[in-house]
Design a binder for this molecule. Structure first.
Ligand SMILES: *Cc1c(COP(=O)(O)O)cnc(C)c1O
Length: 229
């Protein structure tokens, strides 16, 4: 199957799955193009993909150089000292997960007089090796975010554990959904966490059923990556 075929198939499948979703919301596809060349991105675009996800700043910069009008999201661990290269070029930073990074994003937003859209990344299963805010510190972190006037928190993101246990993954996604509901209630006057970004090639069906409205799919569209990241 070609990238174009994969893209079309996934887009159709997502549309079908919207009917199985808890919320019946429409679901946005992020085609995760990391480690794949610009030609692959263009092929997916021509087949209907509109938003692309990258997880390395340098690779993102190179691809933005070739495709300056394309909608890219930063989905990977972001070092604070690299914010300056991408803060006004990506359409969404999905991996905001610590105060030092928040401070740096605010700094550039303030200087440019723009609001930088971000998702808070959650470490939903408390995996020690993983980035993301722990569930029990999200509220503190969110309050810290609300003090920054040049960072706009649009929702939550998670990378679920890499295990083949549907019931367990389903519980992780349910916890994410409930967390967003809770925060939207507590902070109903301050913000609206619209986006719930969860689900990857292995688990996007479960994620959509449990209320994801954004999925990030790489290998099922572009094939295997040479290096995993
Ligand atoms: C690589 C990556 C994906 C896509 O992974 P696949 O399993 O290839 O679909 C999604 N989200 C993040 C944060 C990633 O780094």
């Amino acid at each position: 199957m070609s990238i174009a075929d994969n893209t079309k198939r996934i887009l159709e499948e997502i549309q079908d799955l919207e009917h199985t979703s808890l919320t019946q919301e429409s679901v946005e596809l992020i085609a995760v193009s990391k480690f794949h060349p610009v030609e692959a991105i263009v092929e997916a675009y021509d087949a209907g993909a509109r938003i692309f996800g990258e997880n390395k700043v340098q690779e993102l910069q190179e691809k933005l150089g070739d495709l300056p009008d394309f909608n890219f999201h930063m989905i990977g661990n972001l070092q604070s000292n690299k914010v300056k290269y991408i803060y006004d070029k990506v359409r969404l930073i999905q991996s905001l997960d610590r105060p030092s990074l928040l401070k740096e994003i605010e700094k550039y937003g303030l200087a440019a007089q723009i609001k930088i859209p971000c998702l808070i990344e959650i470490n939903i299963a408390d995996e020690p090796q993983k980035g993301g805010v722990a569930v029990n510190s999200v509220q503190d972190f969110l309050e810290h975010c609300l003090d920054q006037s040049h960072v706009e928190i649009k929702g939550l993101m998670t990378v679920a554990p890499d295990i083949d246990d549907e019931a367990y993954l389903r519980r992780c996604f349910q916890k994410m959904f409930q967390l967003r509901e809770k925060l939207n209630t507590v902070y109903k006057h301050e913000l609206n966490l619209e986006i719930l970004s969860m689900g990857m090639s292995q688990d996007y069906k479960i994620a959509i059923e449990e209320g994801a409205n954004m999925v990030r799919i790489g290998s099922k569209i572009f094939g295997r990556r040479q290096y995993n990241g």
